[in-house]
Design a protein around this ligand. Structure first.
Ligand SMILES: *[C@@H]1O[C@H](CO)[C@@H](O)[C@H](O)[C@H]1NC(C)=O
Ligand SMILES: *[C@@H]1O[C@H](CO)[C@@H](O)[C@H](O)[C@H]1NC(C)=O
Ligand SMILES: *[C@@H]1O[C@H](CO)[C@@H](O)[C@H](O)[C@H]1NC(C)=O
Ligand SMILES: *[C@@H]1O[C@H](CO)[C@@H](O)[C@H](O)[C@H]1NC(C)=O
Length: 395
């Protein structure tokens, strides 16, 4: 009897403990869920019902006397170049005629220590001679960097960078710490460099160094745009985030405090992993960076703020990925533009995805039915969610 009682008490004790534990887990999750749901509801309501971001102009504008180029003392320093190639887009030309006719200026946001990643990109989608010999257009690829944030490793990494640049001549580096919170400085670097040294490029692309870009599909897409509309104006295309709320959780990498951005949602922007703008949009963004306060350190969002202030809106393209990695399949390769999260597989994917036989699978009526079925399997079932939307299966 006594023994039994003790066993019950013990059992009770365990039960109580488990219940408490479960409850606290639920509470913590509920709290997270609650915040998540509420902040998204608030932000979507704002985005879809109010959709006025006029405050951006006034709140982010800085007084004219503080504009970037006029006053170095305004706290809006443009960082000096440590490595630069002003002649990359043409033979150091002053007159317009000797500038190369560049279709695409491709900026790859890289970190100083990512030597191997850059090499893989040079061997694959960053290869300018491939684009010239196989696709007949000019592309210029440059890697944009700051300096290594770790003082102890900085000088050795820097001399390796100089050596790398002597071999390939494709690094652009400014004197700021290459950290997550300095990505906006890197964004400004890209638009300023494009404005100063490659203003004739028809399109400008910004990409992370862990994406895969199907350059032949991209070039085809851009050429189709040009054939429909020779000026190809007002283009800002990528994977669009609409009505995204600022993240207030302190632990998140993307945390933004209330005093930096007090409003419930960001203006629309494209995922920074890879997006393309036309020449006129690039010029507008350049001017916006001269006039707007760049304290917003999430570069994609800062780009959205600049664009909104200039009256530019992003367009969705179903084959630009946001976070996700594309499924490996020829029926995907024949449409894909970007895919995120690649490192060691860049070379094999490039081989497979740019093989001319890729397009054979979807040829003819049967081919297109087959590929649509495959894409529905790959994109519309929950398994691969987060790369291309289900809609991409039907294009
Ligand atoms: C770049 O492409 C060209 C032309 O297709 C090829 O000959 C060359 O080997 C490629 N370069 C690299 C580094 O892969
Ligand atoms: C950005 O770079 C500047 C210049 O090197 C540095 O002073 C600053 O601390 C960096 N900011 C962050 C957040 O790393
Ligand atoms: C930019 O915004 C930050 C934060 O809102 C503020 O502290 C800073 O003074 C502003 N800079 C300029 C030049 O207006
Ligand atoms: C202010 O913002 C609107 C869009 O909200 C834009 O169309 C307009 O050009 C901006 N004005 C200035 C002076 O930047």
């Amino acid at each position: 009897m006594f023994m039994n009682f003790r066993r019950i008490r013990k059992w009770h004790y365990v039960q109580l403990l488990t219940t408490g534990l479960l409850l606290s887990v639920v509470m913590v999750c509920w709290e997270g869920l609650d915040h998540h749901v509420v902040s998204h509801m608030r932000s979507y309501t704002y985005r879809y019902l109010v959709n006025r971001y006029d405050f951006l102009n006034s709140s982010f504008s800085i007084p004219p006397r503080h504009h970037r180029r006029d006053g170095a003392d305004a706290g809006l320093v443009s960082y000096p170049y440590l490595i630069n190639h002003p002649g990359k887009c043409g033979a150091g030309a002053k007159d317009e005629k000797s500038l190369d006719d560049v279709l695409l200026l491709l900026f790859v946001k890289s970190s100083p220590e990512n030597f191997e990643q850059r090499q893989a990109i040079r061997d694959t989608w960053g290869n300018e001679s491939f684009v010239w010999s196989q696709l007949g257009v000019n592309m210029r690829t440059v890697f944009v960097l700051g300096v290594h944030p770790d003082v102890g490793r900085r000088s050795s990494v820097q001399s390796a960078l100089l050596q790398e640049d002597r071999a390939y001549g494709d690094l652009i580096q400014q004197n700021f710490l290459d950290t997550f919170h300095n990505l906006t400085a890197k964004l400004i670097l890209q638009f300023h460099w494009g404005h100063d040294y490659c203003p004739q490029a028809r399109f400008l692309m910004s990409a992370d160094d862990d994406v895969f870009i199907h350059v032949p599909n991209l070039v085809k897409y851009l050429q189709e745009l040009l054939s429909r509309q020779p000026e190809a104006k007002d283009l800002w295309v990528g994977h669009v985030h609409r009505g995204a709320p600022p993240i207030r959780r302190k632990k998140s990498k993307y945390h933004v405090p209330n005093d930096l951005y007090p409003w419930p949602s960001y203006p629309d922007y494209t995922a920074g992993a890879g997006y393309v703008v036309s020449r006129d949009v690039a010029a507008k963004i350049y001017y916006a960076t001269l006039m707007l306060n760049s304290s917003m350190y999430i570069d994609d969002v800062f780009m959205g703020i600049c664009a909104k202030a200039m009256g530019v809106s992003p367009q969705e393209h179903v084959y630009f990925s946001g976070e996700g990695k594309a499924p490996y399949h020829p029926c995907i390769y024949d449409h894909m533009i970007t895919s995120h999260g690649h490192a060691t597989d860049l070379r094999s994917l490039w081989q497979a995805a740019t093989d001319p036989t890729v397009y054979r699978h979807s040829r003819g009526f049967l081919g297109s039915v087959y590929c649509t079925a495959v894409r529905v399997m790959l994109l519309c079932l929950p398994y691969y969610q987060n790369t291309y939307s289900c809609m991409a299966a039907f294009t």
